[in-house]
Design a protein around this ligand. Structure first.
Ligand SMILES: *Cc1c(COP(=O)(O)O)cnc(C)c1O
Length: 462
């Protein structure tokens, strides 16, 4: 055993190894040292346990190379979404379009006119590039954009209803992922929650009876991740607006996902659009930038000038402000909506949602063809299934899809799943009824060869 320990190569030998240094490229030497240390530590352990019988530099170098590759990849990296959930919050919600990505790169790799007025040659306004376009698209009088929609809700409540009562239906006291709960946000803002109605039924008269001299706001929250079915009643935006007008109380709708496109055009069930809600007369509406909008994480607040001005002046607005990366992505994304057909084509979220069944089927067939061509030893078959929109939009809507069900001898579905998650470009599929599925609805064409390569790799391992 001591003889083996003596044979362990010196760390320096690896650190001077031309091949490893080439792989390290222009990255900190830290990563190579770390890779070597981890491999040598494993080796010592192997020797102690009597598992290592001989030591050869070449095979150690191969291990260091693999470890180094792994360490050099940033911890946040691309994955392939084969879950069939289009807006998957854990997988980064909306992928952005090519135009947005190009604009982002150009803005952030140099300086920009973020807060600089090129006409006047002096300080300008950060949000002016989004203002005109959001007004143009929605007809809103004024605009405010913050870090995310949860922030937008907090800001609107703080600015318009601190110390005042906010009337909300009991059927709309939502919790969405990440501990965002309307009653908690309300408490944080200093507004007083005034619940009305019941879980399944809330009538206009319930709101009306709760109005008093300290009512600050009527709030409507889009029930984005659940539906109450059966014996139900809720008050429409239009009715609430009419009530607000009568009593001189502003109406705010948290729309959640917020779409500019009527999803019924894609054969999906009805979701109100941002334009519709504004047209119904709400004073303020807010929604996310990275759900159905298909842009960057942001909370977009639109509405009547007198209220938006108060919101903009609130100190929280500065605390929740967005950076140039978000602005660059949002502007390029929003521009697409000036031509709806372009938005459907250019923005990945809409491209995925508007695929025909045939297109999805063809992607599945392409994956199988690729696997056959390369001599895949496992079994891959096309199965019909259901995908979903996700991201707090259309909770009950399922999307017809095709999946490739994969079986590999000697591997359980869970093991396939784990191995696929650990590939160089991780593939996140799903397991249903004991089958490992790759849902082709959320897979992009160019990802098919990458998935095929990973499947070949995991089926070739022992
Ligand atoms: C998603 C959602 C939010 C939170 O939006 P983020 O942009 O994730 O902060 C708030 N309200 C509703 C109704 C939502 O669906």
């Amino acid at each position: 055993m001591n003889e083996l320990f003596r044979q362990i190569p010196k760390v320096d030998r690896f650190l001077k190894d031309e091949e490893l240094l080439k792989l390290l490229d222009d990255n900190p030497l830290f990563f190579l040292k770390e890779a070597v240390n981890r491999v040598l530590e494993e080796l010592r352990e192997g020797i102690r346990e009597g598992k290592v019988k001989e030591i050869d530099y070449e095979s150690l170098r191969a291990k260091v190379r693999e470890k180094l590759k792994e360490l050099l990849r940033p911890k946040l990296h691309r994955v392939i979404n084969a879950t069939g959930v289009v807006l998957h919050t854990n997988l980064g919600r909306a992928p952005i379009g090519k135009k947005a990505a190009q604009n982002l790169l150009s803005v952030i790799t140099g300086y920009s006119n973020l807060e600089y007025d090129l006409e006047e040659g002096k300080r300008g306004l950060r949000y002016r590039n989004l203002e005109w376009i959001l007004k143009e698209l929605t007809g809103a009088e004024d605009v405010c954009v913050v870090n995310n929609n949860a922030g937008a809700v907090l800001l609107v409540l703080s600015a318009l209803a601190k110390g005042k009562e906010v009337i909300v239906s009991r059927g709309e006291l939502i919790e969405i992922g990440g501990s965002f709960r309307i009653p908690d946000v309300m408490a944080q803002s200093g507004a007083i929650l005034r619940e009305v109605g019941t879980t399944n039924k809330t009538h206009l008269r319930d709101y009306e009876r709760a109005i008093n001299e300290n009512t600050g706001l009527l709030l409507k929250v889009h029930t984005s991740n659940y539906k109450i079915l059966g014996f139900t009643h809720s008050v429409s935006t239009r009715e609430l607006v009419e009530l607000g007008r009568r009593y001189g109380i502003p109406v705010y709708e948290d729309l959640g996902s917020g779409s500019f496109i009527d999803v019924r055009k894609l054969g999906l069930s009805y979701e109100p659009t941002v334009q519709e809600v504004l047209k119904a007369g709400v004073d303020v509406v807010s929604f996310s930038g990275d759900k159905l909008l298909g842009g960057a994480q942001a909370g977009i607040i639109l509405g009547k000038k007198e209220f938006i001005e108060r919101i903009k002046k609130h100190p929280l607005n500065r605390a929740l402000r967005i950076d140039k990366m978000t602005l660059a992505v949002l502007e390029a994304t929003l521009r697409c909506y000036l031509d709806e057909k372009l938005a459907l084509r250019e923005l990945p979220v809409w491209r995925l949602l508007s695929q025909s069944r045939e297109e999805i089927f063809n992607k599945a067939r392409e994956l199988i063809r690729e696997l056959r061509l390369e001599g895949f030893k496992g079994k891959a078959t096309i199965v019909e299934d259901e995908a979903e929109v996700g991201g707090g939009a259309l909770p009950l809507q399922t999307l017809p899809t095709y999946c490739v069900a994969v079986e590999v001898e000697g591997l359980s579905p869970d093991e396939i799943d784990r191995k696929m998650r650990r590939c160089e470009v991780p593939v996140i599929g799903r397991i249903k009824e004991g089958m490992y599925l790759i849902d082709m609805l959320t897979v992009f064409e160019e990802e098919i060869p990458v998935i095929a390569k990973s499947l070949l790799k995991i089926s070739g391992e022992e």
